[in-house]
Write a protein that binds this ligand. Structure first.
Ligand code: ADP
Ligand code: ZN
Length: 679
């Protein structure tokens, strides 16, 4: 029986588990009920796919999205695993192929949409085929309070009881309530083994920038990443269209995506994003849940997301393959007003609205952070960490100043004008600008009039934005966005607390211009060549590019430049099946030459320790082909015989004769044994 590590490398081509995977795989393979909470991109699918290969019978995978299921099935087949899906998107041939494989007892993984569970025949089917494990992807869909509730998920618990098999549930949603609900509904309250795994996504670069001219900022960000697939999230549908247009105008391949589009048009975009190499999708949040593309290289927010959870989920779609990915989130005072307004105007009960303000605050805190962004983000999820070295704040330390005095002046202006005005008028008062409105209200007679002349208008705007970001003031929904002071501001006003602000976002909105390259400059041409080959293969096979090899695998090839099949077999992501199918093709891209065809038997040994033994045996055999003296009748062993000899553990003459026969043993035996001893 192969071990988990054997399967990990031979089938999936990975040489190590990601954090947490190993323990989960062990628990699931051992047939224990499990609930695993892992961030998006953490590698959840492997945690049920690998155990499925180790267990007798069929693993049934319940997943909410057809596109996702089809992708996984495709990827598994590419890796040489028998998997199939029964979905409403199947063609008749696909469905009958699945049943054929089931009847022949070949299928290891059967993907199924939850809707199927409603039909009685499904239960009969799952019994008949010997279901031995149920895996539930996106298990939070069972939660009635979440955004993704799927009523049919409620049938899974009963299914588990009827079949009497273990269940493994997976989700990226970690909060306590959802977790409790999953346990209740899927496991009938009987506590499964719970794995809660870290939320850090260290390969994603985090950056925020104050909106200056947002369209230009997004275009610049995309320009610097030309040809790399990315997503731009926008707050409104109209903006997705205009920004997609602007990107296309400047030579990008880009399209819009939003909930108002016909289902067909949406599917077309999803399909293109999956298969095309460098498409940019400009989308509202409606885009994402159905996208299972591990090689999204960047995510930009043209508008501030609505909460820290939404932010985390949206940036989390980048870089799921583990290779470097970049993000940029734009924000400004208007965004804050817009998001606050959305919450205030929602019909949710007051406690809910308060919680929503809190989650927006957490995101604003991140946007206005004075130190490492990741530290702050992880702290929100209850994790402590060191400064990350992979965010804009770690790249360039921010310039800070003591903002206590400025904030006090602003608060005083707000209070003395009866908390009835927006930032524009308040800034007029602070800078001593005698407008008509100022004179009409006699605000030029206030003691605060003109006390803030040390900052200009633009600087004051940045201070007000930061005050909103720190939730010291909030737009009043009942008074057209007039700013009101909040409780946390009181100690600052009274001189009991101080506040530090950023100066660099005051003087000028800064955008990071250095772009991290995926590989060093000298490896870049090879990486493009490898990608081009991958694209050609993907097009012929009609699969997304990453199904052939992920970016990460190609990057490693470009850096390590394998010269032989054995070396290419050791690259992360090159499993046995893919090595067999694509090894030589990619090798010839790296070496720039036709690769001599390798015997299929030898190919199967590639990357293993037996490979060099096999090569030695072949040499020795060639030397002895006509006997010691070179005058005997030519004789040789077939490749498969040599492969058997190469894998021989306890080698002696007897064992050798049994494999290659007495006559060949007579000629090659001693030399072969010598090779085996030296190995
Ligand atoms: P999610 O947790 O979001 O479902 P996936 O299962 O789709 O994540 O995995 C994300 C990516 O990580 C995939 O491209 C997958 O092939 C890759 N991956 C998973 N496990 C490993 C591993 N042990 N080593 C390298 N890559 C891995
Ligand atoms: Zn950092």
């Amino acid at each position: 029986m192969p071990t988990t590590h054997d399967l990990l490398s031979s089938v999936f081509g990975f040489d190590a588990f990601r954090p947490g995977q190993n323990e989960i795989v062990d628990a699931v393979a051992a047939g224990r009920n499990t609930l695993a909470i892992m961030p998006t991109g953490g590698g959840k699918s492997l945690c049920f796919q690998l155990p499925a290969l180790m267990r007798e019978g069929v693993t049934v995978v319940i997943s909410p999205l057809i596109a996702l299921m089809r992708d996984q099935v495709r990827a598994l087949r590419e890796a040489g695993v028998e998997a199939g899906a029964l979905t409403s998107g199947n063609t008749e041939e696909e469905t009958s192929a699945v049943f054929e494989a089931l009847d022949a007892g070949r299928l290891k993984l059967l993907y199924m949409a939850p809707e199927r569970l409603a039909s009685g025949s499904t239960l009969t089917l799952l019994r008949r085929i010997g279901t031995s494990l149920i895996a539930v992807d996106e298990a939070h869909c069972v939660s009635q309070w979440g955004h993704d509730f799927r009523p049919d998920y409620l049938r899974i618990g009963a299914l588990r009881k009827t079949l009497g098999v273990p269940l493994a549930a997976f989700t990226a949603t970690a909060d306590e309530e959802t977790r409790t609900e999953i346990i209740e509904r899927l496991f009938d309250g009987a506590a499964p083994e719970v794995f809660l795994h870290g939320f850090d996504r260290p390969n994603i670069h985090l950056a925020f920038a104050v909106k200056d001219s947002p369209r230009k900022q997004i275009l610049a960000f995309a320009d610097a990443r030309r040809g790399q697939p990315g997503i731009v999230y926008c707050g409104t549908r109209a903006k997705t269209e205009s920004l997609a247009h602007a990107l296309s105008e400047s030579g990008h391949s880009a399209c819009a995506y939003h909930g108002g589009m016909e289902a067909d048009a949406r599917r077309t975009v999803e399909g293109r994003f999956q298969t095309e190499d460098g498409l940019i999708v400009v989308a509202t949040v409606a885009f994402g849940m159905g996208v299972d593309k591990p090689d999204i290289r960047w995510v930009a927010h043209a508008d501030l997301p609505k909460s820290i959870e939404a932010y985390y989920q949206e940036i989390g779609r980048a870089g799921r393959d583990g290779a470097a990915a970049e993000t940029l989130t734009l924000f400004g005072a208007d965004d804050i007003r817009f998001r606050r307004g959305q919450i205030d105007e929602s019909l949710a009960p007051p406690e809910r609205r308060m919680a929503d303000h809190g989650r927006l605050n957490a995101l604003l805190g991140l946007a206005e952070a004075l130190g490492c962004r990741r530290q702050r983000l992880l702290a929100f999820f209850g994790e402590t960490s060191d400064p990350c070295g992979n965010c804009d704040m770690c790249d360039n330390a921010p310039v800070l100043f003591d903002g206590t005095e400025a904030v006090r002046k602003a608060l005083s202006a707000i209070l003395r004008t009866g908390e009835s005005f927006g930032a524009g008028h308040l800034i007029d008062v602070l800078t001593g600008n005698e407008t008509d409105k100022v004179r009409q209200r006699h605000h030029n007679n206030l003691p605060t009039f003109g006390v803030g002349r040390e900052f200009d208008r633009r600087e004051w705007q940045a201070i007000f934005r930061q005050m909103m970001g720190h939730d010291l003031v909030r737009p009043d929904p009942d008074r057209h966005g007039a700013l009101r002071m909040t409780e946390p501001a009181r100690p600052i006003l009274r001189g009991e607390a101080e506040i530090t602000l950023r100066r660099d976002t005051i003087s000028k909105a800064t955008g990071r211009t250095v772009v991290k390259m995926l590989v060093a400059e000298e490896d870049a041409p090879l990486l493009s060549a490898l990608k081009a080959k991958r694209r050609a293969l993907a097009e012929t096979a009609r699969v997304p590019a990453y199904v052939i090899f992920t970016d990460r695998t190609l990057i490693e090839m470009a850096e390590k430049r394998p010269q032989t099949l054995d070396e290419i077999a050791r690259i992360n992501g090159v499993g046995a099946t893919k090595l067999d199918r694509y090894g030589q093709i990619f090798l010839s891209v790296v070496t720039g030459a036709e690769v001599d065809p390798v015997h299929p038997t030898r190919r199967k040994l590639a990357g293993k320790s037996e490979a060099s033994v096999y090569d030695r045996l072949l040499e020795v055999q060639a030397e002895l082909a006509r006997g010691e003296a070179g005058i005997d009748k030519p004789m040789s062993c077939s490749a498969s015989l040599l492969a058997k000899v190469a894998t021989l553990r306890q080698a002696d003459m007897g064992a050798l004769s049994r494999i290659i026969g007495d006559r060949r043993a007579e000629r090659f035996g001693p030399a072969f044994l010598q090779v085996l001893r030296e190995a």
